[in-house]
Design a protein around this ligand. Structure first.
Ligand code: KG4
Ligand code: ZN
Length: 327
């Protein structure tokens, strides 16, 4: 039996996982989130995040010591993400690789989110995937590890980021997604008639900056009692934008198996609207377990097992941080 140790530090979660290669069993997973520390700033402060990773990762690593003698490889998120936080994980991975004489596997964080569907499970392809996170909003056709085609992506802010920014405008804290979702539950979704972005455009693309600015204007002239209606109306339109573009894509590419991944895939209103959209197609809907929607190392470990089985190692000199890479 052999294990892979996987490290995640692309944003504000420090996490390490140990996955058994042969059985896919997640034998260890620990994550230390920095939400409270960033909350007062209404968003992630990169330098603070890096300092917190430097404290948290070694603490988690100590707990992994019992597995060291059975490790076969060290995996780490090397792209995309914040440069100063990615480097914390990559440096630690390189140090472990040298100390224990192990090969390295550099993992793309976005592929990690896709593989969050397969933690302790066999892979299932092909499928259409909607990735909604703090950094990305994209639709992909996924045939396998090496066959991922991006169909649509955001031209500016991401879906999750727009929730974070709206929450910041209202002084609610960070991350904004769960806070806005909660507030929206009691609100009137029709009271603020925000415009669905790119509704007149035939392009398969997303944009959230215009909606964010419209919400800003509404917040500036509203009282706190109106916030729940603004949150509900915003969430409604933010989701309607995704649904409208997917509907358009499905006309020529009817879905058979569809997955939503990424931190914002936890959004219940989005899940409900997507279920309704998929119903006429009788398409299967795949979701990650709630605890693996947001950033974690278990998903990085799961990709790493697939890469390990194909002999896809990253030479030490080539393992670099690539903050802006995509799929
Ligand atoms: O995947 P993730 O943990 O980190 C990135 O890779 O970016 O996603 C975090 C993002 C944040 O923007 C957060 O506000 C959003 O996911 N999020 C949500 C919800 N839960 C988390 N957005 C909308 N509704 C939610 N329930
Ligand atoms: Zn993520």
């Amino acid at each position: 039996m052999g294990y892979i140790l996987a490290i995640e530090s692309s944003c504000d979660d420090s996490a390490i996982a140990i996955t058994e290669i042969e059985t896919l069993k997640l034998v260890f997973h620990k994550k230390i989130s920095q939400e409270i520390e960033h909350s007062i700033y209404g968003g992630v402060v990169p330098e603070l995040a890096a300092r917190l990773h430097a404290e948290a990762l070694p603490k988690i690593l100590e707990e992994c010591a019992p597995y060291f003698d059975k490790l076969k490889a060290v995996a780490v998120t090397s792209s995309p993400g914040l440069a100063v936080t990615l480097i914390e994980g990559v440096t630690m991975a390189k140090a472990i690789a040298v100390a224990l004489n192990l090969p390295l596997i550099g993992v793309n964080h976005l592929i990690g989110h896709i593989y969050s569907l397969f933690i302790e499970k066999e892979e299932m392809f092909p499928m259409t995937v909607l990735l909604v996170s703090g950094g990305h909003t994209q639709v992909m056709e996924v045939q396998g590890l090496h066959a991922i085609t991006t169909i649509a992506k955001s031209m500016d802010d991401s879906f999750g980021e727009s929730f974070d920014k709206v929450a910041k405008m209202m002084g609610l804290g960070y991350p904004g997604g769960p806070l806005i979702q909660e507030l929206a539950k009691e609100g009137d979704r029709t009271r603020y008639p925000f415009t669905v972005p790119l509704a007149q455009s035939s392009a398969l693309a997303f944009s959230y900056s215009g909606l964010k600015n419209a919400v800003r204007l509404a917040v500036e002239t509203a009282s706190e009692a109106d916030y729940k209606d603004i949150a509900a109306s915003f969430e409604h339109i933010a989701v309607a934008h995704l649904i409208q573009k997917l509907k358009k894509y499905f006309k020529t590419n009817p879905p058979k198996r569809f997955a939503i991944v990424g931190g914002a895939s936890a959004n219940l209103y989005l899940r409900a609207q997507l279920e309704a959209l998929l119903k006429p197609y009788k398409a299967e809907l795949l979701l990650s377990e709630l605890k693996y929607c947001s950033d974690n190392a278990a998903m990085i470990g799961r990709v790493a097992v697939a890469m390990y089985n194909e002999g896809l190692f990253t030479p030490m000199s080539e393992l670099e941080v690539t903050p802006k890479s995509t799929i």
